[in-house]
Design a protein around this ligand. Structure first.
Ligand code: ZN
Length: 391
């Protein structure tokens, strides 16, 4: 080997090593990030744990040179403080429906026959009654409104879902509403005419949410990469969604010194679990910015392998930029809805949704583990998409 050839080879090796270094997602660092977020406990929007998680993300992003801003927003959330139903002196387990007013009401129990469709209410006298009706066919809110129009004081919806499943009216009900399991519902059907006391102990609280936004340059980004960092009550939210938030954080570190990051905003959404509040409010208030985006990439639950593949949903054109083969990542498909990319898609932005499926620990106290190897794979895939999109 001649001297020049040797030099070229040596330089090539150095370049290769630098490239490898630049692409090295640090598993140790991501594990430390996961621990830091999980140590706060459930990151329910509006709680000190969520605030501390937001501070942690902001501090880590500032360390590598990003300008970090908080985007605050407020919304209402209803909380059940232990609702109850007594019929003829017997107690039945019930769950309040979100959107129900908090009130104690009583009256004779009246059963709505059949499937509880609008026609089934037609000839009923429901004055001062507590109504029992099956879920399904028409929205629960419509059933509550039909009952209230006929003078009912409260509504009990019989559901086939496992007890403890929480439902929402998706709006404000005029009268208190609770759900009851189908087994207990059958027992109620036999108690028509009995005296019922329904105590919907619900409080409505205003939640202060806060998105974390990191940018290096432009006020007019071409791409947003995001993940929600809040979790549901009682769940540490390792896979849902510390996994996505930590992956976006590490990706931001990887790109901190790259010209690419001048065109990207890294966003950490709050209030996702209560109804995509962080992403919806951001889109509403930044319509001009949003219209200039070439892509919004959203990561939710990417740390547990449920399906043997990384699900990618959204724009086919963006999907074509994902180099799954080169990175040896098994890529599959993902559902279209359910997370923070949705408000962006509704505003006309091409989106991709990265999602490895609902694992058995979803929204449970046992959601304590996310795999940094799977997260790094996802992050590298997203990095490649951004490189091809923005070059
Ligand atoms: Zn999630």
């Amino acid at each position: 080997m001649g001297k020049n050839a040797f030099l070229r080879a040596a330089l090539g090796l150095v370049a290769f090593a630098l490239l490898a270094l630049a692409q090295a997602f640090s598993l140790e660092r991501m594990q430390a990030d996961l621990q830091a977020l999980l140590s706060q406990g459930p990151r329910v929007a509006g709680t000190p744990a969520a605030a501390a998680a937001g501070e942690y993300l902001a501090a880590e992003l500032r360390k590598v040179g990003y300008t970090v801003e908080f985007f605050p927003f407020a919304y209402n959330r209803t909380r059940d403080q232990g609702s109850s139903l007594q019929v003829g002196g017997v107690s039945f387990p019930v769950s309040s429906v979100a959107g129900s007013p908090g009130r104690r009401v009583e009256g004779p129990l009246v059963v709505v026959p059949g499937a509880g469709l609008a026609a089934d209410f037609a000839n009923l006298n429901l004055q001062n009654s507590i109504v029992v009706v099956r879920r399904g066919g028409i929205p629960g809110l419509e059933k509550a409104q039909l009952a209230a129009q006929r003078g009912a004081q409260g509504v009990v919806l019989v559901t086939e879902e496992p007890s403890g499943t929480r439902f929402s009216f998706g709006g404000n009900s005029p009268i208190p509403g609770v759900t009851i399991s189908s087994g207990d519902g059958e027992a109620l059907f036999a108690l028509t005419g009995s005296r019922a006391v329904l105590d919907a102990r619900i409080v409505t609280e205003e939640v202060q949410g806060r998105n974390v936004i990191a940018r290096r340059g432009s006020q007019n980004p071409l791409a947003i990469v995001g993940a929600h960092y809040d979790s549901v009550p009682g769940s540490p939210g390792a896979n849902d969604n510390a996994s996505g938030a930590v992956t976006v954080l590490e990706l931001a570190r990887q790109l901190a010194n790259s010209p690419l990051s001048e065109h990207i905003w890294f966003m950490f959404f709050d209030g996702e679990e209560d109804g995509l509040w962080g992403s919806r409010r951001f889109v509403e208030q930044h319509l001009e910015l949003v219209r200039g985006l070439k892509a919004m990439l959203n990561l939710d639950m990417v740390g547990v392998d449920v399906n043997g593949s990384l699900g990618i949903g959204g724009s086919q054109e963006l999907r074509a930029l994902a180099d799954c083969n080169a990175l040896q990542v098994a890529c599959g498909s993902a559902p279209g809805g359910g997370s923070d990319h949705v408000p962006f898609a509704q505003a006309g932005v091409p989106v991709l949704f990265f999602f490895r499926g609902l694992d058995p620990n979803y929204h449970r106290p046992t959601d304590t583990v996310a795999d940094p190897v799977l997260m790094a794979q996802t992050g590298q895939l997203v990095q490649g998409i951004l490189q091809r999109l923005l070059r």
